[in-house]
Design a protein around this ligand. Structure first.
Ligand SMILES: NC(=O)c1ccc[n+]([C@@H]2O[C@H](COP(=O)([O-])OP(=O)(O)OC[C@H]3O[C@@H](n4cnc5c(N)ncnc54)[C@H](O)[C@@H]3O)[C@@H](O)[C@H]2O)c1
Length: 370
């Protein structure tokens, strides 16, 4: 069963399709959305060359001249030299204003190709075909695109909404279990900020499927669809209310303030985004308890949920000053640490400039490597 979710922002309105077997139906799903298009650039990393080929075939059936463009796997795609190569290829094709960039891949691919689409000829249509859970529930929806610089992650970017997002659950069957669990951290986060029952359902499903036990075996995609769709729906609602992160969109950052700091301190290696966010959510829950924002028990509830999904909830090393300084230099910190906290699951609140001693104490809750 395919679920369709509408995202309506001041800049654009589009549909996110979540289901199985969608790649071969791309021609039908994009019907009428690309007026005047004659060519399409299909941008993809090697890990998803197979799905990208199926997308290319479907676009060909729609009458487009398809140009496959390979980019590096993972974060290595979000580099200025990769972007420059994409522009050179767009120029050689040549890609005109109505011609879409269709990107197949994880969040790194959709961020990089999305930014290329946002800036080529001041913006051409973008179609996102995310192939990771994180891409499906987060990166491919909401219009943020960007690349990294040596000075920091996501420092250059643009808001550029896609014309459609096609999330084919079958593409997840090749995704390593650790990547899947990392993406589920964002699903649990969506539940915690807006729909507590979602986190409980994901945890129950993960327990039943043996996902938490780890291993690199086949990923159980069957039960994922409704959870992914639910998380997309939450993100769509938040983005519709605050496309440019002036207010409400900040709640999507739950767990990310410490999470980003941990990723930075790890040099973006060995700690996946979702794993860092999982630890960051336990930390935020402990801050909420200590600040009297939430009742005791919030952090242990988080631990139980995240452990069920096979995500880490601790293991933070390093002295408190180093960790807190890394939090304060986050690009979203606006000069001082701002933390999204929960009064209780489903009830987010922003705490600007939390007391440093309190943060140091809360760090104790994520020290032991649970
Ligand atoms: N724009 C946004 O709003 C937003 C939100 C969250 C994260 N992000 C960005 O997303 C990126 C992380 O995304 P991610 O977690 O999807 O990681 P990723 O894109 O790096 O993908 C992880 C790895 O899995 C491979 N892969 C992708 N799909 C696969 C599949 N189906 N089977 C096998 N391998 C596959 C990729 O090539 C890569 O090597 C970060 O750069 C982050 O900054 C952006």
């Amino acid at each position: 069963v395919t679920e369709t979710i509408r995202v309506e922002t001041p800049a654009a309105a589009y549909t996110v399709h979540v289901g199985r077997g969608l790649l071969d139906r791309m021609d039908e799903l994009l019907d009428g959305l690309l007026p005047g298009a004659r060519k399409a650039a299909v941008v993809y990393p090697p890990a998803v060359a197979g799905p990208a080929g199926r997308v290319a075939a479907a676009l060909g059936r729609a009458g487009l001249a398809v140009h496959p463009l390979e980019i590096p796997d993972g974060e290595a795609a979000k580099r200025l030299d990769v972007l420059a190569r994409l522009y050179e290829r767009f120029a050689a094709i040549p890609m005109h204003r109505p011609d879409p960039v269709v990107v197949v891949g994880g969040g790194a691919a959709t961020d990089a190709a999305g930014f290329a689409a946002a800036t080529w000829l001041r913006g051409v249509p973008l179609v996102n075909v995310p192939t990771t859970v994180l891409g499906m529930v987060d990166a491919a929806v909401g219009g943020k695109t960007g690349i990294d610089l040596p000075q920091g992650k996501n420092l250059v970017g643009a808001f550029h909404q896609p014309v459609a997002v096609v999330e084919d659950l079958d593409t997840l069957s090749s995704l390593p279990g650790a990547e899947l669990r990392s993406g589920l951290a964002e699903v649990v986060k969506a539940g915690l900020i807006a729909e507590p029952a979602l986190g409980d359902r994901v945890a129950a499903g993960a327990r039943a499927s043996g996902l938490a036990a780890g291993g690199g075996g086949p990923v159980p995609v069957d039960w994922l669809g409704p959870h992914i769709a639910a998380a997309v729906r939450i993100k769509a609602t938040v983005v519709a209310a605050d496309e440019r992160e002036a207010s409400l969109r900040e709640i999507l950052n739950y767990g990310h303030t410490l999470g980003h700091a941990l990723e930075r301190l790890a040099g973006y290696e060995g700690l996946r985004h979702g794993e860092a966010v999982a630890i960051g959510m336990v930390f935020a829950a402990r801050v909420a308890e200590l600040a009297g924002v939430a009742a005791p028990g919030l952090a242990s509830g988080h631990r139980e949920l995240l452990t069920a999904v096979g995500l880490p909830t601790g293991g933070v090393a390093g002295d408190a000053d180093t960790v807190l300084d890394a939090m304060a230099t986050d690009k979203k910190a606006r000069g001082a640490v701002r933390l999204v906290l929960l009064r209780e699951p489903g009830s987010p609140v922003v705490l600007p400039a939390p007391d440093r001693a309190l943060l140091v104490e809360a760090l104790d809750a994520v020290r032991s490597p649970a």
